[in-house]
Design a protein around this ligand. Structure first.
Ligand SMILES: C[S@@+](CC[C@H](N)C(=O)[O-])C[C@H]1O[C@@H](n2cnc3c(N)ncnc32)[C@H](O)[C@@H]1O
Length: 711
């Protein structure tokens, strides 16, 4: 844990006062605590958080391991409502100490189903400063793998109740230039299914204008969509993650940051152009390098003078932070022995011309640096609160500014970009505030039920975001855009996504879903879409909100590489021999559908029935308590919804109502949630994984242990 280049460079930047230097270096050499955030909409999160606070933490309060006292998890002081936690426990304690082992497996399962996000503490900051509201049009420009996207989605869904999800009027457009990573992002965000989410795969620095129809007087025209909030969590050298990514100790060199500066500036400048008046941009990196931080902010503020930095010193008062730098000294010298105070000094030096060409004036502090208030930027250092290193800046588009920068005016003239006042925004449906009755926990059900894949998780899923970006992942531009329509076809490389088609509200498949679940007429049937290749029958139905629908219908997808839109609600389920295939409601779609479902359609369940459903793959109907059995026997085969009311019985205690999808065949029932979601539910309700998969995993582990002993 020594790198003289890194030390010389950061000492020259004076990132901390001399007397703090040793503390900073000591902190960099300590392992990073494990941090996690209780995810989901506010009410669901608070319920789970209470379990952590009142059940788990007290059981970890007095633990000793190999003669050493082990400190329990503590809440991160600055995170709102105490929903984020941190603990610093060696791996062997998690594996061997019984209480911590139990807590660890709780975290693993809850992470799998998306109720907990294993996210670095400082990486939770940008969305908190973005202050997204459910009606906002928000954009996450460099979003994958999606931990911050999830936080923004939660803010967009702030009106969700513990029982069901709302259809927000706002939008979250999450983008990443790396195609593979956008799919990771989609997978992660399926944990908080949202009809307001769109995912694109584009170069953020050159993000195309999205058009939406706007009515002025009698005329409707297409105008550019401008955003209320934009997050630029840009690709960076990642040296703030050195406590976790030990490879940085060896590999760090100054050209990493120098090389990223120009892309970072271009991404931020593009975000500025996509923002509406009085909107807000959060720019962040997990790097300590001023060239990737203050220098980027300075260059962008000079390029677009409609913007200013926002003072957020009173927000998150418990967060220890340091002001942004106003001086810094870039270098191209690998040893970092020599840094340069100004661009002029650098250009006059004996540095090789090829190297000189890699640097711009913008790498250095501008002449009028004081005017930019760079000290309003925030630097988070590891020694202040035992965290990673991080940088955040909040920029705001001034309320009314005539000071349009030259390129801005030019672009607006070219694109006809217009600011849409609130009253002129396209008319979108009102927020539909969900009923506060039933509760589905948002289980991930993308995989087929009990698909038989055993991925018994050993560790909590690590957040890949904080890794130093390997060469292959450094600033990427998506594969060349297809020139011809033909290239859009599947399997030809380039853009492979299927077309988006909205169903007619009287489409027979949609009508059959609606009739079967007695979905009422306020359900937005006109917003249901499919993505099957032309000519193929639909297998999955998605639901989009009005703004997502408007965007899909008014833009050209050869230009906007749309990877995903809306949330899955129904999927085709092949039935057994002699029965017709049917569409079933998906666990992830249930929260959105539930407010529209006629209550008499929902089957009342009880704890014993829930236990049987959790414990067995296909329990026979006659195994269930009489009341429940009679009700299900009266129902036709196919997709049903069951409500399990909160309460305490001898078997278990349910802290809040649960609503889950089941499938009824002729003689048996199946709980339609995926294997891991079922295990998480089992752990939460019964204190153990009583699922078939859980039991199999345990007996497998015992067999292995016995074999080892024999050997
Ligand atoms: C720091 S990571 C983002 C982490 C993410 N915000 C999160 O919290 O999970 C930076 C991301 O930028 C993406 N990226 C790199 N160059 C890009 C570009 N030109 N346009 C858009 N995204 C880019 C990378 O693929 C990477 O996923």
């Amino acid at each position: 844990m020594q790198n003289d280049r890194l030390f010389s460079y950061y000492k020259a930047q004076k990132i901390v006062p001399d007397e703090e230097w040793d503390q900073l270096v000591d902190a960099l050499r300590q392992p990073l605590p494990t941090t996690f955030r209780v995810a989901g909409s506010r009410q669901t999160a608070n319920t789970l958080n209470n379990t952590i606070k009142n059940v788990h933490v007290p059981s970890l309060g007095d633990v000793e391991f190999e003669g050493q006292k082990i400190p329990p998890p503590v809440q991160i002081p600055w995170y709102p409502d105490g929903l984020a936690w941190q603990f610093n426990v060696p791996k062997k304690v998690l594996r061997k100490q019984p209480e911590f082992k139990k807590f660890h497996s709780f975290l693993v399962f809850e992470t799998e189903v998306g109720n907990i996000s294993r996210q670095e503490g400082v990486s939770m900051l940008p969305p908190l400063f973005l202050e997204v509201e459910p009606h906002h049009n928000a954009m996450d420009m460099c979003a994958a793998p999606g931990s911050k996207t999830a936080q923004i989605l939660e803010a967009i869904h702030a009106h969700d109740t513990i029982t069901s999800s709302s259809i927000p009027s706002g939008l979250l457009l999450a983008n990443d230039s790396d195609n593979k990573r956008t799919h990771l992002l989609i997978h992660q965000s399926a944990r908080l299914p949202s009809p307001a989410l769109m995912v694109t795969n584009l170069d953020a620095s050159n993000y195309p204008t999205i058009k939406i129809p706007v009515t002025r007087g009698k005329e409707t025209q297409l105008a550019p969509l401008l955003f209320d909030r934009i997050l630029c969590d840009v690709p960076c050298s990642g040296d703030g993650t050195i406590r976790k990514n030990m490879g940085i100790w060896k590999s760090w060199q100054p050209m990493d940051g120098n090389g990223l500066h120009s892309l970072q500036v271009r991404i931020l400048i593009r975000a500025m152009k996509l923002l509406r008046n009085n909107g807000r941009i959060v720019y962040s990196t997990c790097s300590l390098n001023p060239v990737e931080n203050e220098a980027v902010i300075a260059e962008a503020l000079i390029a677009n003078q409609d913007f200013e930095l926002v003072n957020v010193s009173s927000k998150l008062p418990e967060l220890k932070r340091r002001p942004g730098l106003t001086t810094w000294q870039p270098t191209t010298d690998r040893t970092c022995a020599k840094t340069f105070e100004s661009y002029e000094e650098f250009m006059a030096s004996s540095v090789d011309d090829v190297v000189k060409a890699k640097m711009t004036e913008g790498h250095w502090p501008p002449k009028d640096v004081e005017a930019l208030n760079l000290s309003l930027c925030m630097r988070i250092y590891p020694h202040l609160q035992d965290s990673g290193g991080f940088f955040v800046a909040i920029l705001q588009k001034k309320k009314s500014s005539n000071a349009k920068s030259q390129p801005d005016r030019k672009r607006e003239a070219e694109e006809g970009a217009t600011e849409l006042p609130d009253s002129k925004k396209p008319r979108l449906s009102e927020d539909i505030v969900a009923k506060e009755e039933e509760d589905p926990i948002a289980f991930e059900t993308t995989s087929e039920v009990e698909a038989g894949i055993d991925e018994a998780a050993e560790g909590i899923t690590e957040e890949p975001m904080a890794e130093p970006i390997p060469e292959s992942e450094k600033p990427t531009l998506p594969a060349a855009r297809p020139q011809k329509k033909k290239a859009l076809e599947r399997g030809e490389g380039g853009f492979k996504e299927n077309p988006y088609t909205f169903l007619s509200p009287d489409d027979p498949i949609l009508l059959s879903c609606i009739e079967r679940l007695h979905i009422n007429s306020s359900f937005p049937s006109a917003n249901v879409l499919v993505r099957n290749p032309e000519g193929e029958a639909a297998r999955v139905l998605y639901l989009a909100n009005d703004i997502v629908k408007t965007i899909i219908q008014n833009n050209n997808y050869e230009r906007i590489r749309l990877t995903s839109a809306g949330t899955k609600v129904f999927a085709k389920q092949e039935a057994g021999k002699g029965s017709e295939a049917q569409f079933r409601v998906l666990g992830e779609g249930l929260p959105v559908i539930l407010p529209y479902v006629d209550e008499t359609t929902i089957i009342e369940g009880d704890m014993e029935s829930l236990k049987i459903l959790v414990e067995t793959y296909y329990p026979l109907c006659d195994k269930f308590p009489e009341k429940f059995r009679k009700t299900v026997e009266e129902r036709v085969a196919g997709s049903h919804i069951v409500h399990f009311p909160q309460g305490t019985t001898e078997i278990a205690s349910l802290t809040h109502d649960l609503v889950l999808p089941i499938w009824k065949s002729n003689v048996s029932l199946t709980l339609m949630i995926d294997k891991k979601a079922k295990s998480a539910l089992s752990l939460r309700l019964f204190g153990a994984d009583i699922t078939t998969a859980g039991k199999e995993a345990r007996s497998e582990a015992i067999k292995k242990a016995e074999l080892k002993e024999v050997e």
